[in-house]
Design a protein around this ligand. Structure first.
Ligand SMILES: Cc1cc2nc3c(=O)[nH]c(=O)nc-3n(C[C@H](O)[C@H](O)[C@H](O)COP(=O)(O)OP(=O)(O)OC[C@H]3O[C@@H](n4cnc5c(N)ncnc54)[C@H](O)[C@@H]3O)c2cc1C
Ligand code: SF4
Length: 353
């Protein structure tokens, strides 16, 4: 028996939870993260708060990371990435490249938690002007402003009087090949809408949606409070174009409830961009030889009953590397991936004895 430890690729919410799960099961774990910090996209993109609790995102991720770094069974390598994988379950050798050069580490199994990236609104076929007009933002841009408590129009530094969200940008769109729903953006837009209303009580906030997809407790935690307590205005409509008009933004589309064209002036437009596999997820799928689905996320052939076992024996996946996921999905898939990865090791130990 050579591989006593499990290697986790990715230090975001899923990777941290997976590594913690492995350590909680009494097994050594090595977490590998190419960035110089832990916490994943919520920290890298400076998210303000997380759904449900509205806790500061950085604080929540630091708590998770702190639990891992305190564990005697866990080792973390920052600025490091995987470059190769050989061997079979229970006896694998993973090549790593980090600040000290390259090395080969033995391990029993691997968990891939390399996450997602935001859809690039420049690829959208609708004319939303993300790269044209400074006051057109994406969800993550507004998260960062909310974190700094500085929600202002980038064009003039003034707080907006009217702000709207445009849902389903880069998701549910056959023209660009992303037919899937990104799952989190209805909840995230509604959460951000509440925070804008709290920080700027005089700013009117609108959400233009095809249909709102709040699942689980987000309905009562975010959606109804957004309307009833914070007076966020939800408008069922399809936005087709954003134009500049006298220093403001003219938002054009169709009010699908009334069945008529719609034109409204806004100071800021926030595009609710969807989730796509990160460059790291695509790269790891290639290097580790993992099947991907047609969108580039890592395929779990046994899904929906086994959501974490990949096409390569001994390699498991967790979190948004598998598809659009919220933090609860990440915690769930990470826990299952930890269990599966440890059981591979235990089974190979039993065979070896
Ligand atoms: C604007 C926005 C706000 C959101 N807010 C919420 C919220 O409030 N509540 C909620 O439940 N969900 C929210 N989400 C979803 C949430 O961000 C994701 O569910 C979560 O970040 C996914 O975690 P992850 O660890 O799978 O991926 P990520 O957070 O993307 O982390 C992946 C990690 O893997 C690393 N990595 C990349 N390539 C490699 C490689 N080759 N080798 C090793 N590591 C690699 C990355 O550097 C990163 O650290 C939000 C999403 C968006 C778009
Ligand atoms: S979660 Fe909402 S905004 Fe996001 S793709 Fe699904 S329906 Fe569209």
């Amino acid at each position: 028996m050579s591989g006593q430890r499990i290697v986790v690729l990715g230090g975001g919410p899923a990777g941290l939870n997976a590594a913690l799960g492995v350590a909680d099961l009494g097994q050594q774990v090595l977490l590998v993260e190419p960035r110089e910090f832990l916490g994943g996209t919520p920290v890298a993109e400076r998210y303000a708060s997380i759904t449900g609790s509205f806790e500061d995102a950085e604080t929540a991720m630091a708590r998770l990371a702190g639990r891992l770094t305190e564990s005697a069974l866990a080792e973390v390598r920052l600025g490091t990435r995987a470059i190769s994988l050989e061997g079979s379950p229970g006896d694998m050798r993973i090549g790593l490249e980090g600040p000290g050069g390259s090395e080969v580490v033995t391990c029993g199994s691997v968990i891939v938690a390399t996450g997602f990236q935001h859809f690039d609104p420049g690829r959208e076929t609708q004319l939303y002007g993300y790269y044209e007009y400074p006051d057109v933002l994406a969800l993550q841009d507004l998260e960062s402003m909310l974190k700094d408590r500085a929600v202002v129009r980038p064009s003039n530094g003034q707080p907006p009087e009217r702000l709207c969200f445009v849902q389903c940008v880069g998701s549910r769109d056959r023209n660009i090949g992303n037919e899937y729903c990104s799952k989190v953006c209805c909840g995230v837009a509604s959460k951000e809408a509440i925070e804008v209303r709290e920080q700027l009580p005089n700013c009117e906030v609108f959400i233009f949606y095809i249909d709102m997809r709040m699942y689980g407790y987000w309905e009562s935690q975010i959606y109804w409070p957004a309307q009833e307590r914070h007076h966020v205005q939800y408008v069922k409509g399809i936005i087709t174009e954003v134009l500049e008009r006298n220093g403001r933004l003219l938002v054009r589309g169709e009010d699908t409830t009334m069945g008529r064209p719609m034109e409204v002036l806004m100071d800021m437009v926030v595009l609710s961009v969807g989730m796509e596999p990160s460059a790291g997820t695509r790269e790891m799928a290639r290097i580790l030889g993992l099947a991907q689905n047609k969108y580039g996320f890592i395929d779990a052939p046994g899904s929906p009953l086994d959501t974490v076992t990949t096409s390569r024996p001994g390699v498991f996946a967790a979190g948004a590397a598998l598809g659009p996921s919220d933090l609860e999905d990440c915690a769930s898939s990470a826990g299952l991936a930890a269990l599966r990865a440890v059981s591979v090791l235990r089974q190979s130990e039993m065979i070896g004895t």
